[in-house]
Design a protein around this ligand. Structure first.
Ligand SMILES: C=C(O[C@H]1C=CC=C(C(=O)O)[C@@H]1O)C(=O)O
Length: 373
């Protein structure tokens, strides 16, 4: 689904951002006249959503584009939204502009600081303070001219066809992780945690290292956090007993596809998906276990604002359906300044040097997309 122009936009922050977003969306749906002859998920009124990871400052955004073009199972549609008195939005398409990276520099948390943060997290886990925490760091790329986000999008979509490629208000990426998709009463999630990359486990990156006790425990925490928070909304919830392997061009992950049937009371209304997202975010794929302790440790040891990296990103429609991934393998674009992020799940037996290498492997999608000739 591609949208352009901003018919309506909501900027919000803080711990109440999910509840406020839900209320705003319900009101907007109630006050908008819609003619939708197709009636598929994603047709009619749609908002693009990108929520911050943390409660503070929590800067998040919902954008209702002026024009949306979508495609599902061979059906193509175009939705246009006007406010009273608006001119129709033009559709002049300019060619994608290529950029060149002129330099990379340290972000708010340089690699040396990241290594120290991981070492400290492991020390705390050995002392029994928490079981898992996902720590991230950032990197700055500068480009010769203002970045055309479509350049990144196009390169990411070409190289990562199995991922969800997204761009919402300057946050651009291709994530392999589905936080929640809601279609009527069906809810689905793809939980990822546990990573191997070329060289991490010997010749075969999908071999021994992915099967390690460390990766399996990292994965187990992530699945449990999603299942425990989603189950109260469901009449049934299918959680695989064993993860499968998800192969991507840069890394290999342990993956669990979870499917649930929503309680009828939870399946209806425009705010349904936002309510579910509020309940499950942050899973231990980006937060940790126990969640409140992990979120506090992230704020203390990273000591940076993650912004919308590792927050929910995607779209919602007027029926409360939609698809929200976790914003991973992404960058925040501001003109010619691009801030890249990557994080790793840390457990008691994590090796700080290996986590630094894993984070570097996770930054490759954006780096490759930026550096595509
Ligand atoms: C936090 C990230 O990845 C998460 C998702 C998959 C595997 C992960 C891991 O093995 O550490 C992370 O939990 C990231 O890409 O920045």
């Amino acid at each position: 689904m591609v949208g352009w122009g901003e018919a309506v936009r909501l900027d919000l922050g803080g711990a109440d951002r999910f509840a406020e977003a839900e209320q705003w969306w319900r009101d907007l749906v109630a006050n908008t006249e819609v003619a939708d002859d197709i009636g598929l998920p994603g047709t009619g009124l749609v908002a693009f959503v990108s929520m911050a990871f943390a409660d503070q400052p929590g800067a998040s955004v919902l954008v209702v584009p002026k024009v949306v073009v979508g495609k599902r199972d061979g059906v193509v549609w175009r939705t246009e939204l006007y406010r009273a008195g608006d001119e129709p939005e033009g559709s002049i398409v300019e060619p994608v502009r290529r950029v060149r990276v002129t330099r990379y520099s340290e972000g708010h948390l340089p690699v040396t600081g990241y290594r120290k943060a991981v070492t400290e997290a492991v020390r705390r886990m050995r002392a029994g303070e928490l079981e898992k925490v996902v720590l991230a760091h950032d990197l700055i790329a500068e480009t010769d001219t203002a970045l055309d986000q479509r350049f990144l999008l196009r390169n990411l979509a070409a190289r990562y066809p199995n991922c969800w490629t997204f761009a919402v208000d300057g946050l651009v990426g291709a994530t392999p992780e589905l936080l929640l998709r809601k279609t009527g009463a069906t809810v689905q999630s793809r939980v990822l945690a546990g990573t191997a990359w070329p060289g991490s486990g010997g010749a075969d990156s999908a071999g021994s290292s992915l099967d390690s006790a460390k990766n399996l425990s990292e994965h187990g925490f992530a699945v449990l956090s999603l299942a425990d928070t989603l189950r109260p909304f469901c009449t049934t919830l299918d959680v695989p007993t064993q993860p499968r392997v998800l192969q991507l061009p840069n890394v290999t992950h342990l993956a669990s596809d979870v499917t649930g049937r929503l309680d009828p009371a939870e399946a209806t209304g425009p705010g349904a998906l936002l309510r579910l997202i509020h309940a499950v975010h942050p899973t231990a794929a980006v937060g940790g276990t126990p969640t409140p302790d992990a979120v506090a440790v992230i704020a203390e040891l990273e000591a940076m604002d993650r912004g919308r990296y590792s927050g929910p990103v995607g779209w919602i429609d007027a029926d409360g359906d939609g698809e929200l991934g976790i914003a991973l393998r992404c960058a925040q674009v501001e003109g010619s300044r691009v801030r890249l992020f990557a994080g790793c799940g840390i457990v008691v037996d994590s090796d700080p040097d290996a986590e630094v290498r894993e984070a570097a492997a996770k930054m490759l999608p954006i780096r490759d997309a930026l550096e595509t000739p």
